[in-house]
Design a protein around this ligand. Structure first.
Ligand SMILES: [Zn+2]
Length: 156
């Protein structure tokens, strides 16, 4: 399902600053704010062993798999490589009330390190309309607990 882009699901922007931590929807893991712009915020968190288990399991063939050409999602394709210091990132889009990765092929950005500089450049591309939150991989924006870091830099 595509998300509406007419502002009908807009969410009031929280006063996030780089270094803050937030909880997102049902995810029990805290996310760290890596960049903030006028209409977006970027957050990251390390991939956990639990994530690896859950995501890799989606690529296991179920018992009722009937072979090549079956209808299972991911059944006959390779899972993403989540080994090592893999980082999940998400972009919060207040105006559309959604979050998710960008809509570039592969849904990644830059070299995969998601440093503050990389995320600031990414949000500049979002502000310029060059990329958007993926219409194939988005979640309704719901920010739970927000923990500002003491002495955090102000949002730009
Ligand atoms: Zn299958």
């Amino acid at each position: 399902m595509r998300y509406p882009t007419d502002g009908s699901a807009a969410v009031a922007a929280l006063p996030l600053a780089v270094g803050d931590t937030v909880r997102l929807d049902v995810d029990p893991n805290p996310w760290t704010v890596t960049a903030v712009s006028a209409h977006f915020a970027a957050v990251t968190r390390p991939v956990t062993d639990r994530d690896r288990e859950e995501i890799y399991a989606e690529y296991d063939a179920p018992d009722d798999c009937d072979g090549e050409g079956c209808a299972h999602l991911g059944c006959h394709s390779d899972p993403p490589n989540l080994e090592g210091d893999t980082i999940f990132y998400s972009v919060l889009d207040w105006r559309n009330g959604v979050r998710g990765p960008c809509d570039r092929i592969g849904q990644g950005w830059g070299d995969g390190t998601y440093t503050e500089a990389e995320c600031a450049a990414m949000l500049a591309a979002f502000e310029a309309g060059q990329v958007r939150v993926s219409q194939r991989n988005w979640t309704a924006l719901a920010v739970g607990q927000h923990h500002p870091v003491s002495g955090s830099r102000p949002a730009r």
